[in-house]
Design a protein around this ligand. Sequence first.
Ligand SMILES: C[S@@+](CC[C@H](N)C(=O)[O-])C[C@H]1O[C@@H](n2cnc3c(N)ncnc32)[C@H](O)[C@@H]1O
Length: 211
Amino acid sequence: MAWYDIFAKFYDVVLERVYREHRIQANTALNLTPGQTVVDIGCGTGASFAALVNSVGPNGRIIGIDTSAGMLRAAKKRVQRAGWTNIELVEIEPGGDKRVLAEIGEVDRVLCFLSLSVIKNWDEVLSDWFALLSSEGRMVIADVHHPRPNIYGRYVEFVSRGKLSRKSWEPLSELSSDFSLDWQPSSWVLGGRFFVAAGNRLLVDSKGHKE
Ligand SMILES: C[S@@+](CC[C@H](N)C(=O)[O-])C[C@H]1O[C@@H](n2cnc3c(N)ncnc32)[C@H](O)[C@@H]1O
């Protein structure tokens, strides 16, 4: 059994409260409007869904993608409990994004909450999903970073199977226009500093300048 299938059993108990405020911050950065389509990459147990549903409304569409059947089972329970009807859950193989990308088509927003620090081919995933954004599309990465994780950071890395030293905002800053990066103070509970990076799809004018 893969680690996240096991972690799914206690993930929300351990982490839901810890990240409550951070999720609000990420959702604000997404700047969603009713009716939009948002993809939640590495959606896990669906802890971000409530905020997303509130923002896109009943005519919006939420697509949660994950590699862990256990995390997706927890997400499905959450969706059923809440009675949400506009959330699709998609299980992929690691590295299997391309098939889903081809099926989904254009999306308005992409959220990566605590997932790019965990996903092995994170930079490929980032650029593939970014390319799927509509002309007014926007990607938000919310994650934890530490340049040299200390003992507690290494414990967080062990539990999350992630890499806190990854600078996942960097490719987004190159790909996007109107890039922003907000940092919170270092927290030993999180193992580093929480950040929210956001960027709009890069529009290039006829002279090749970023708009
Ligand atoms: C730390 S959890 C974050 C879950 C959720 N985004 C949250 O905010 O609570 C990381 C998630 O990434 C998923 N994951 C790992 N590799 C993945 C991949 N290649 N594609 C999609 N999801 C992946 C894991 O199964 C896990 O659910």
